[in-house]
Write a protein that binds this ligand. Structure first.
Ligand SMILES: Nc1nc2c(c(=O)[nH]1)N[C@@H](CN(C=O)c1ccc(C(=O)N[C@@H](CCC(=O)O)C(=O)O)cc1)CN2
Length: 284
């Protein structure tokens, strides 16, 4: 069975759903999922639709061209059509912390993540044995104050050569540049180890401990140039008390980071996230 996932956004007006579903119907598609949201403040309409086809009507390119000319242009839509095959290519960037990397590779190994991981990139060599144990190529690209541009050129070459679709920063402790972000707009997913907007930056657990908070959290967001300020995809929290040391906060936080990052990555893979005005619509 052929399945497509359609994501659209456009100025809100009457008849959008009717026009789109009629087009799918005329192409003998069976709609198996449909959800929509209207940003009432900005009058913007968002929709996610999945349709199955017993026999896909011609080529995907022809389908896209016809949808573009007959429907999307009429409403001034931004739109994407995705198929389940080929699986998206997901690159992982990591530094020295291994908990998110192990979690993602474990889920990948058990078939939970419908992606292909072509390689892992790191600015340190510490986690190469982890990559080796899962049989995934590991590229060590050191990053220092004097070679950030050169390092990113190497990263971009590997990413483009492998046809990478999106990047996961699994506790990658380097600021990525506008150049890399512009090549992958809303396609770089970071896990930040705090309940944003509280405690951005490299040492949130220390800041949380010093502040004496009673709740800590983790946030997964799309990366933008501004540090830890991109559209939030997923968050979660846990309660802490005066009795918890910084080390306790770090340990409790790690579990949250793994869960939140995995949820965000799976939502992205399922094409259930649409970014708009530095926020996200996350379909169920
Ligand atoms: N352009 C962006 N790059 C990155 C983001 C982001 O939101 N936008 N998130 C970070 C991850 N991160 C927190 O989640 C983070 C990573 C690193 C730092 C930091 O201050 N790094 C120092 C160097 C630290 C080191 O070498 O260990 C630096 O780069 O000068 C803060 C927050 C990933 N990149």
């Amino acid at each position: 069975m052929n399945k497509i996932t359609l994501l659209i956004s456009c100025r809100d007006t009457q008849g959008i759903i009717a026009s789109v579903t009629r087009f799918i119907y005329k192409k003998n598609g069976n709609i198996i999922y449909i959800d929509q949201h209207v940003d009432m403040e900005h009058r913007v309409f968002f929709m996610r639709l999945e349709s199955q086809f017993v026999e896909f009507p011609g080529s995907l390119e022809d389908f896209k061209n016809e949808f573009g000319h007959r429907i999307a242009q009429q409403y001034g839509m931004s739109w994407e059509i995705h198929t389940d095959k080929p699986q998206p290519q997901m690159a992982i960037f990591v530094s020295r912390y291994d908990h998110c990397l192990y979690d993602l590779l474990g889920r990948y190994n058990s078939g939970e993540l419908h992606v292909t991981i072509p390689f892992i990139i790191s600015n340190h060599t510490d986690l190469k044995p982890v990559a080796d144990s899962f049989g995934i190529p590991f590229h060590h690209i050191p990053v220092g104050p004097d070679n950030k541009e050169e390092a990113e050129k190497k990263q971009l070459y590997l990413l483009q050569e492998a046809g990478v679709d999106f990047i996961v920063l699994a506790r990658y402790m380097q600021i990525v540049s506008e150049k890399l972000i512009n090549h992958y707009p809303h396609k770089i997913i970071n896990i930040h180890h705090s309940f944003l907007p509280a405690f951005p930056g490299a040492k949130p657990y220390h800041s949380a401990f010093k502040r004496g908070v009673k709740i800590i959290g983790a946030t997964s967001h799309y990366v933008t140039e501004e540090l830890d300020a991109g559209p939030i995809i997923e968050q979660d929290i846990t309660r802490v008390t005066h009795a918890h040391s910084i080390e306790d906060l770090v340990m409790k936080g790690r579990d949250l980071e793994k869960i939140v990052l995995a949820r965000a990555v799976k939502l992205h893979i399922s094409r259930k996230v649409m970014a708009h005005n530095n926020k996200t619509i996350v379909f169920s």
